[in-house]
Write a protein that binds this ligand. Structure first.
Ligand code: AHM
Ligand code: MG
Length: 339
């Protein structure tokens, strides 16, 4: 086909097209995903000129709206919270950047069906060195009555209850990837039209991969089973008989995105100092566990699927293992050896 005639769906077209298959759908989820896409585009503009911030204005200076120049993760948090609050589908949010959840308290929001939890700018420590960073989000149907303000109960849901989850990667190109129970699809931002366009339809995580991603600096702090598995990764690979390849960017969005596409395993285990590891269950682990499981992979905290953990606190942490199904099963063999 002549490339000029090729039709590429934008994120909006794709979500509306998906709606047509469900005549009873209200369009609220599509509208929420569009809001997230809009916030992502705004954050992308700022992330792309992050290196210029000190040149354009030091902290303490003001921007064109007369507001103080804020750290990018606060900026990102405010963008995501703002579009969701102004939208018509979200009754409240919880964010890695905020101490408590926020119940949107206007009549439209109180009537909305969904809540959203997000890490507005994951890996933000990497901004200064121009390494890819990202946004992570999980969307749930509220469990309290519509028409009332959301409560903590709406946020302390198991990951398995997610209706959709996704991430935005601000990388060599900017992509938004989201999953619903029906599949995982990836959209690349076309800067010439300012739209996310479907570039990676129906993503499946390969059953096997050759990549393992873990912070080796913590090796001696890990449990014996994890150490044994990492050592095994250094010795064998199912396909080639050689060792697996180690890749660790230190930006989970970039690490898990690569492993989702190419096949691989990502691990952030508990350590002696921090038995629950570093990553937040609600904002980081649950969305990625959902995306990778929908794509055919597996997730675990070392005991059960991440998606089966009943949260008790908004900011609780969990050891996190996620990736290709067979590699995860291989890992589980080391964590729970049969006697
Ligand atoms: P953040 O939410 O403060 O940005 O931290 C999360 C990030 C992940 O993206 C990444 O996988 C991890 O921290 C890296 O941590 P470490 O440097 O301990 O390996
Ligand atoms: Mg984070």
């Amino acid at each position: 086909m002549n490339p000029i005639n090729r039709q590429i769906s934008t994120l909006d077209e794709f979500t509306i097209q998906s709606l047509r298959q469900f005549p009873h759908a209200t369009g609220e989820l599509s509208s929420l995903l569009r809001d997230i896409g809009l916030a992502a585009k705004r954050v992308n503009v700022e992330v792309n000129k992050a290196g210029l911030v000190d040149i354009l204005g030091d902290h303490g200076s003001t921007n064109v709206q007369g507001e103080e120049v804020k750290k990018l993760d606060i900026y990102a948090n405010n963008q995501f919270m703002g579009v969701l609050q102004r939208g018509v589908s979200c009754a409240g949010i919880a964010s890695e950047e905020l101490d408590d959840y926020v119940a949107f308290d206007d009549a439209v929001s109180r009537n909305s069906k969904y809540i959203c939890m997000f890490d507005p700018l994951d890996g933000s420590g990497n901004i200064d060195v121009n390494v890819s960073i990202g946004t992570i989000f999980g969307i749930y149907r509220r469990v309290t009555e519509r028409g009332t303000p959301v409560t903590k109960e709406d946020f302390l849901q198991k990951g398995i209850n997610q209706v959709a989850a996704g991430y935005v990667i601000y990388g060599s190109s900017t992509m938004m990837v989201y999953a619903t129970r029906r599949g995982v699809n990836g959209f690349t931002l076309d800067p010439s039209i300012g739209e996310f366009c479907l570039s990676h339809p129906d993503i499946k995580c390969p059953e096997w991969g050759k990549i393992y991603s873990v912070n080796h600096g913590n090796f001696f702090q890990y449990a014996d089973g994890v150490k044994k598995y990492i050592t095994e990764c250094q010795h064998k690979c199912k396909d080639t008989g050689g060792p697996y390849t180690q890749r660790y960017i230190g930006s989970m969005v970039a690490d898990v995105h690569r492993n989702l596409i190419k096949g691989g395993i990502f691990m952030y285990p508990g350590t002696i100092e921090k038995p629950k590891g570093k990553l937040r269950l609600l904002y980081e682990c649950n969305p990625f566990a959902f995306i990778v499981e929908v794509a055919g992979g597996k997730s675990s905290n070392g005991e059960v699927s991440i998606l089966d953990i009943q949260p008790t606190e908004l900011h609780q942490r969990a050891p996190f293992f996620v990736g290709s199904k067979k590699m995860m099963e291989e890992l589980e063999g080391y964590l729970h050896p049969r006697l």
